[in-house]
Design a protein. Structure first.
Length: 284
């Protein structure tokens, strides 16, 4: 059943999008949904109390979202992350008409249609979107059309020169995290781009670069990334294979996950012996 838009619901969802850590507003929204007699309210309250929502309850909780998305995840009682389904209907009218769409903060492409994904990202109704997959310039341009205040871009391929030029647009200064899919053959070219930073991607705003290799991390990839770190813009943070590099004044700090790749730790000690190493427990 579609949860139709109405001004009071839209305002609360805009407030949640603007202040995602404000748990009080989430409670107000759930209470309002209960007052309106919406069946999803009880399930959102159940999830907020850290009780699971069963597969049979999903359609009541998420309405038409279940027809368009797979792996819908909740956070603090409300839908948070969803991946576009390969079988999603081409007509987005029902989805865009449901107020719950605005609660999604992370929207992933997955195995879904790239054309449909671009249509979705261009929709103003996706008011809560902060994290998306941006595998090419066309997808990122669609998200800019939607006017979303993005903070995380995943699946980036900066070998696309147009994508690099879009990243410096003022509308994307809110983006702090860039997840880059690369491999050992492309990483040296990529790091040279970051070292010169002709497009001012790293200078315009603090950026956290996470390097993701499709297969197992190679030593040569890690070597190139770690060796380049001291020459990157000062506010840049780099994560690769469980190692996160950042600066504290003149000191380079290296947070190494306890379950990280020991071979990459060896590369770190070899390439950046001056780094202050700190162990930590990794989290997803």
């Amino acid at each position: 059943m579609t949860l139709a838009r109405r001004p009071e619901l839209d305002q609360l969802i805009r407030d949640i999008a603007a202040h995602p850590e404000d748990d009080h507003t989430r409670g107000v929204l759930i209470d309002l949904l209960a007052d309106l007699g919406e069946p999803c309210a009880a399930l959102f309250a159940q999830a907020r109390a850290e009780h699971s929502v069963t597969v049979r309850q999903r359609e009541i909780a998420f309405g038409p979202l279940v027809h368009y998305f797979t792996s819908i995840e909740m956070a603090r009682g409300l839908p948070h992350t969803a991946t576009l389904a390969r079988t999603a209907p081409e007509d987005l009218a029902e989805l865009l008409g449901d107020v719950r769409l605005g609660l999604l903060q992370r929207v992933r492409l997955g195995a879904g249609s790239l054309a449909l994904y671009k249509q979705l990202l261009a929709a103003k109704e996706l008011v809560g979107a902060r994290r998306i997959d941006a595998p090419n310039a066309a997808v990122l341009l669609a998200a800019l059309e939607g006017g979303h205040r993005l903070t995380h871009l995943d699946e980036l391929d900066l070998s696309d020169p147009l994508l690099a030029t879009i990243l410096v647009r003022r509308e994307l200064e809110s983006v702090t995290h860039l997840a880059l899919r690369t491999d050992r053959r492309a990483v040296e070219v990529l790091m040279r781009r970051f070292l010169h930073d002709y497009e001012a991607i790293l200078v315009r705003a603090p950026r956290h670069l996470t390097f993701v290799e499709p297969q197992q991390f190679s030593i040569s990839l890690a070597h190139s990334v770690i060796a380049a770190f001291p020459s990157l813009a000062p506010r840049t943070i780099v994560t690769i294979g469980g190692i996160t590099l950042r600066r504290d004044g003149e000191t380079i700090l290296a947070d190494v996950a306890e379950d990280g790749n020991p071979q990459l730790s060896a590369v770190l000690h070899e390439v950046l012996p001056e780094a202050v190493v700190r162990s930590h427990t990794s989290s997803t």
